[in-house]
Design a protein around this ligand. Sequence first.
Ligand SMILES: [Zn+2]
Length: 255
Amino acid sequence: MAPRPAGRRPCIFCGAPTALTKEHFTPQWMHPLLPPLSDTHRVQMRTTDYGGATRRRLRQGGVRSIQMKCVCANCNGVWMSGLEEAARTAITRLVRGERHNIDAESLLLVQQWCAMKVFVADAEVPAASVATPQDREAFRATRTIPDYLRIRLGQTAGAGWASQFFRQTMSNSPNERPRFQVLVAGMGQLLVVATLDRTGGAVDLFAQTQLAVVLPSLNAEVAWPPNPLPLTDQDATAITTTLDQLKANLAGIIH
Ligand SMILES: [Zn+2]
């Protein structure tokens, strides 16, 4: 099938076949909280087959340089910008690293905001997305989050992860749609570690004490930061190598 022109792709959330708008991954209100664009901040994409090689794309610019074109003006301008504004206070406190308790109301907004970002990042290349169009539509309509999306948050101390984006997908073969994706985004002092796992949930790769599980939420409130010891740049980078390290083992687990 020949690829459609970029402007004719349907909106990933509502399916409208209208022109899509190009938007920053990070909202404009966050940009003053992030370090300036620099060549030390990186964007990495990896695609891996369980039995095969990992393909990498790497570029400079960091998380705030990322723009994605996959949603329509109506979704972008109405419910998505509404959620950006609703979550602004709660996310800002995490980006700034403020010590506090994330209360139940803020936790819900944090979950929804992160889920929206994961859906967008996941579907930017529709053929390689893990989430289904039905699940994106359900999120748009009712904010329902599928149970295969897991979100952990950590606090980082290093300057290197203050603006970074990492995404890795895994599939059984190069011709198969990926069924596992990890997204790691560093925004100021906030590190988001999200997994979309449609393999049956056989693996839980990122269980570690410096990350708080916020989806599925274990408690009504989350103490912030989750650990007195923040993640170093090395800790955060180590998270991004987890899948490659475990690739050989995963091949035997996931079918
Ligand atoms: Zn739309």
